[in-house]
Design a protein around this ligand. Structure first.
Ligand code: GLP
Length: 263
C-alpha cells in the first residue's frame, strides 16, 4: 500500500487529480477507461481539479465509463441529497465531453434492489472491470456504504446504515438523523477490491483514527477499508491533519519512501 501524505487538503486533491488524469491519458487499451467514483466532501476538490483539466483540454472523458460507489435507497435523482444529484452538480455537468450514457449510478428508486445490484455487478464485468476506483471513507472506516462488520468479500447490495453514519450525514439533512435514509445501495468491499487500482482520499482530523486503522491496524471487518492492505495496487492520499494517529515510524516511512515524488 502507498500512503501519499500531502500538506493540506488542496494539495491532496491536486495530487489525486494529477494521478487520475495521468492514468486516463496513458490508457492504451482498446476499450474505454473504467473509473469508479465516490461522493462526500472529500472528493469535491478532486472533482474541481479534474474539471479544470477537462476544460483546459488536458484531459478528455470521451473514452471514460464511470461507476459510482453508492446511492441512498428511496431518494429520487432530483433530490438534492441524492448521490445522482451530487455527482451531476459537482462533476458531470461541468465536463465538456462526458457521455451521459457512460455514467453509471445505482438507482435508489428501483423497485427491485436485488436485481439493480446484480445488474450493476454484471455491467462492471461487461465493461472489463474497473481500472481505478477512487474512494473516500467514513469516520468509522466504511468504504462506500460498507459499514463496520460488512463482509470483506461483499458484493454490490443493500446496506443498512448505522446510527453513527446517519448522525454524521445528518449535516446534509437539516441535522436530523431520522431524515437520513436508513438504507443505501452500495458496491461491496469485494467489488472495490477487484478494481485494478484503488485510490482512497482520507483528510481531516476526524478521519485520523480511520487512517491509522486502514494503514496500520489489523485487517478486520470492523474497519472495512483495512481490506485494502491485501490489495496489490492501493494508494491512500491523505493530508497532514489525518495523520495524527499514525505511529511516528509509519509516518516517517511513508514520507521517506515517497520523497522521490513519483506519480
Ligand atoms: C458517505 C459515503 C461514502 C463517503 C463517506 C465520507 O457515507 N457513502 O462513500 O466516503 O460519506 O464522506 P466525507 O468525504 O464527506 O467525509
Amino acid at each position: 500500500m502507498r500512503v501519499v501524505i500531502q500538506d493540506n487538503y488542496d494539495k491532496m486533491c491536486k495530487w489525486a487529480a494529477d494521478y487520475i488524469a495521468a492514468k486516463i491519458n496513458s490508457h492504451k487499451e482498446d476499450r474505454p477507461f473504467v473509473l469508479g467514483l465516490p461522493t462526500g466532501s472529500s472528493p469535491i476538490g478532486v472533482y474541481r481539479e479534474l474539471v479544470k483539466k477537462n476544460k483546459a483540454g488536458e484531459l478528455s472523458f470521451a473514452n471514460v465509463i464511470t461507476f459510482n460507489m453508492d446511492e441512498y435507497l428511496g431518494l429520487p435523482h432530483e433530490h438534492d441529497q441524492s448521490y445522482w444529484y451530487f455527482m451531476h452538480d459537482n462533476f458531470f455537468d461541468h465536463l465538456v465531453d462526458m457521455k451521459p450514457e457512460n455514467i453509471n449510478i445505482l438507482n435508489g428508486m428501483t423497485d427491485d434492489p436485488e436485481k439493480e445490484c446484480a445488474d450493476y455487478e454484471a455491467k462492471i464485468a461487461a465493461c472489463g472491470g474497473i481500472d481505478l476506483f477512487m474512494g473516500g471513507i467514513g469516520v468509522d472506516g466504511h468504504i462506500a456504504f460498507n459499514e463496520p462488520f460488512t463482509s470483506l468479500n461483499s458484493r454490490t447490495g443493500v446496506r443498512d446504515l448505522t446510527t453513527d453514519t446517519r448522525i454524521v450525514n445528518s449535516r446534509f439533512f437539516g441535522n436530523d438523523p431520522e431524515a437520513v435514509p436508513a438504507q443505501a445501495l452500495s458496491v461491496g468491499v469485494g467489488t472495490v477490491f477487484d478494481s485494478r487500482e484503488v485510490l482512497v482520499l482520507i483528510n481531516g482530523h476526524n478521519k485520523a483514527r480511520a487512517l491509522a486503522a486502514t494503514v496500520e491496524g489489523a485487517v478486520s471487518q470492523k474497519w472495512t477499508c483495512s481490506a485494502l492492505q491485501h490489495h496489490n495496487a492501493a494508494i491512500i492520499a491523505c493530508d497532514e491533519a489525518a495523520c495524527d494517529e499514525l505511529t511516528v515510524g509509519a509516518y516517517k516511512y511513508f514520507l521517506d519512501i515517497e520523497r522521490g515524488e513519483r506519480l
